[in-house]
Ligand binder design. Structure first.
Ligand SMILES: Nc1ncnc2c1ncn2[C@@H]1O[C@H](COP(=O)(O)OP(=O)(O)OP(=O)(O)O)[C@@H](O)[C@H]1O
Length: 419
């Protein structure tokens, strides 16, 4: 391995370790991941680039002391990687420390993925990665602490908590996430597809500015392709149908998830556990039917009653329905979303949405309802059933008779990354 130009955080000696140690850190990190194949050697090259991009390395002792030995009192939550702890560095900075769980092989891959990707991005609406730590079997990522934590913690809680998110703040979140995604898709060095946009992956700072977080599933996208076939990874309830059923990944998969998030922000309802209306399978279905009846404003969260701007919210509902169209070609790009959100007269020149696609659901159907038929894209009809014996979802294209089984779900309805 060649010489690495690491900038160690020299004014904060206690928080970081010396240049020699960081070089040996990288050697041991690379050794740990046993890079051997071409892909792995590419990973090594990525790692060197990442190191030269001035990311910082924290000593384990620093993080132990910052989190009071990863005390349960400081636990912020637990995601696919393992637990996340709040910590305070001796210079006073507050951090969130993500600790990779020992048992997760999947997690190691995602850990490297998140570290490499975040090292390349910098945007007001993307969370700031401060550094990394590898200590024996322990692997940790260190982020800026984002004071209001994740959107789901406010949005899906009691009305008094939700009220903190008035319409102005929600609209700020809607536009901020759109700008963050536009940056990832079009304006950063590479096209990055996040693949796991959802309320728990949007953090809110002290000014309620949204920051897109959790890049464990994200994927760099080849510049010369608009779509690649890939194994499915993401969270059910947010995944675009063409991606979930056939692994067809494009930036439009993020647009779909963004549309689901938008409807969740407007209604205060979680799509994956939608049960407000027995007649409708999902939040999207309900929103579309109300829209078609000219009653779309009735889906707006009651906690927004006194703050909502009706023209703006009506435009956002139409936009959410466009983003969640079954056919990815009918969904707008994030650039177009940002343009539509910035218009003075909101609903001018907006396309008319057709029925939205059906995102994955993590819930098993009751007996007698084991298959759900839906129309996706240009007329192909699919049935989806949940196979409880192997925790696997099977998708059948009823036109061609082909079927595909996709990966196991974890308890949060999440599919791990497999390639
Ligand atoms: N930088 C941060 N600042 C403040 N809170 C954070 C930060 N990062 C994570 N958290 C909190 O920790 C929780 C767990 O985060 P993590 O990203 O690991 O998982 P998740 O998004 O909840 O789930 P999953 O991994 O399944 O997507 C989040 O819900 C959030 O509340």
């Amino acid at each position: 391995m060649g010489c690495l130009s690491l900038r160690i955080e020299n004014h904060r000696q206690q928080d970081t370790i010396s240049m020699d140690k960081s070089n040996s850190f990288l050697h041991s990190l690379i050794k740990h991941f046993k890079f051997g194949s071409t892909t792995e050697r590419n990973n090594e090259a990525d790692l060197q680039r990442m190191a030269s991009q001035e990311q910082k390395i924290f000593s384990y002792e620093t993080l132990v002391s910052a989190t009071k030995n990863f005390n349960a009192v400081h636990k912020l939550g637990e995601g696919g990687f393992g637990p996340v702890f709040k910590g305070k560095l001796i210079d006073g900075r507050e951090v969130a420390v993500k600790k990779l769980s020992h048992t997760s092989n999947q997690g190691k891959k995602e850990f490297m993925n998140e570290a490499k990707l975040l090292a390349r991005v910098q945007h007001k609406n993307v969370v700031n990665l401060l550094g990394y730590c590898v200590h024996g079997a322990e692997k940790l990522l260190v982020y800026e602490y984002v004071p209001h934590e994740s959107l789901d913690k406010l949005l899906f809680k009691a009305a008094d908590k939700r009220e903190q998110l008035d319409w102005k703040r929600r609209f700020g979140i809607i536009t901020g996430v759109a700008k963050g995604l536009l940056y990832l898709h079009e304006d950063s060095h590479h096209c990055i597809i996040h693949r796991d946009i959802k309320a728990s992956n949007v953090l809110l700072d002290d000014k309620w500015t949204p920051k897109i977080a959790d890049f464990g599933m994200a994927r760099l996208f080849p510049e010369d392709q608009s779509q690649v076939n890939t194994r499915v990874a993401g969270t059910n309830g947010y995944m675009a149908p063409e991606y979930m059923m056939h692994g067809r990944l494009s930036v439009k998969a993020d647009v779909f998830s963004y549309g689901v998030l938008l409807l969740e922000l407007i209604t205060g309802q979680r799509n994956s556990s939608f049960n407000l209306d027995v007649e409708h399978h999902s939040l999207l279905d309900w929103a579309y039917k109300m829209y078609k009846k000219g009653r779309s404003l009735e889906i707006v969260d009651s906690a927004l009653a006194s703050t909502v701007l009706t023209e703006q919210v009506a435009m956002c509902i139409q936009l959410a329905l466009l983003c969640t169209q079954g056919d990815p070609h009918l969904r707008p790009t994030m650039r177009r979303v940002v343009v539509m959100l910035s218009r003075k007269s909101p609903q001018s020149h907006m396309e008319e949405p057709t029925r939205p696609g059906i995102p994955g659901s993590r819930y098993r159907r009751p007996p007698g309802h084991s298959a759900l038929s839906s129309t996706v894209g240009s007329g192909a009809s699919y049935s989806r059933s949940f196979d409880s014996s192997n925790n696997c979802t099977t998708h059948t294209n009823t036109a061609t008779g082909t079927s595909s089984a996709t990966a196991e779900l974890d308890i949060r309805g999440k599919r791990p990354m497999q390639d």
